[in-house]
Write a protein that binds this ligand. Sequence first.
Ligand code: T4K
Length: 384
Amino acid sequence: MTRRTGTEPRIPAPLHVGKPNVGDLTKMYELMQGMFDRGWLTNNGPLVIELERRLAEYLKVRHCILTCNGTVALELAIRGVGMEGEVIVPSMTFVASAHSLQWQGIRPVFCDIDRRTYCIDPEQIERHISEKTTGIMGVHLYGRPCDVTAIRRIADRQGLRVIYDACHALGVSEGGTMIGNFGDCEVFSFHATKLFNTFEGGAVTTNDDELAERLKFMRNFGFAGEDSVVYIGVNGKMPEICAAMGLTNLDSLGAFIEVNKRNVDAYARCLDGIAGIELMPFDTREANNFQYVIIEVDEAAFGTTRDALYKALRVENILARRYFYPGCHQMEPYRTIYPDASAALRNTEEFSSRVLALPTGTQVSVALIETVCDVIRESKPGAQ
Ligand code: T4K
């Protein structure tokens, strides 16, 4: 299970999950030069406006409102659609989904996932609805879409708002429609570790003109003119340098996705036949971004735990991540303030104890993937 003493790690430099994808730097430097020449660094500059236009066009959505990161975009979306009281959200997500609610005094009510979609289970949503519920936040986990049709039906029946945390789902479609068009609005993250990055950054997308206008004011302290403030707002603006990175990377987005697809195919080939290791599939009828390579470790069939495999990989410099372990409900402050949440989260607890994200992206070659898979195969007790 652990490396033989006296030998070097199989991979010389740490192999991370989340190594940034970066496009043509010549373009980046040109955009930066223009930015310095103009002397306009932030506050809705021309590069931000251009990136918003191009992303909206790519997603075929009416409005894209860029922000300084995905978490602030979530907070703006929650406030923009008027959520309060309680909001139903999966626990199986990055903690920012829950924090963006709790931070605003809204109770995140944790709902279990459907094991087939990895996303919030629509059949479980209604049991969590109370008189305080104002909305549902679905998360398109790992770029696998939520059951948006079932969620819309529940929301309409119950009079609830719907937002989607689409931080993993740029470039993904559902029923032929790009993610970014569902719910009242959707939220993206353009963090350095994402498929498409602007160093830090995020966006809210929506087809609702009034909501878009409100979000633009809220992103800029609520200013509607030089001396006029019409809402409570924050500083959620994206700076020009980040938009320059976005415009650079958008030109290479198709190429990034192709590499991710090549990598997922390589993992599928190399992991095939290892009992107890299951690779997350993608719906080939839809557009996918293949951003996360997710495996599930079945301890009974693999012969050892996910955590033992995680450690064995680390010994060889392969820094796989337990995305997302534990579920949000087992993190603070939720563990303390909602101690009974576990009872309704069986799938979440089981899945989060088995999940492992493996390195991918443009900085990961097929040869490295073969080595990662060799280590996984050899970590199985009884393997040669
Ligand atoms: N909702 C969901 C579902 C999300 O996944 C996220 C963010 C959000 C909301 C919030 O969006 P943002 O406010 O972040 O825009 C990382 C990212 O920081 C976070 O953006 C992301 N999700 C989450 C899944 O991953 P950590 O705590 O794992 O970060 P860290 O520092 O451990 O880095 C992750 C890996 O990336 C490491 O293996 C190192 C590598 N890395 C990282 C950076 C920054 C690099 O190789 N180069 C880099 O420049 O959260």
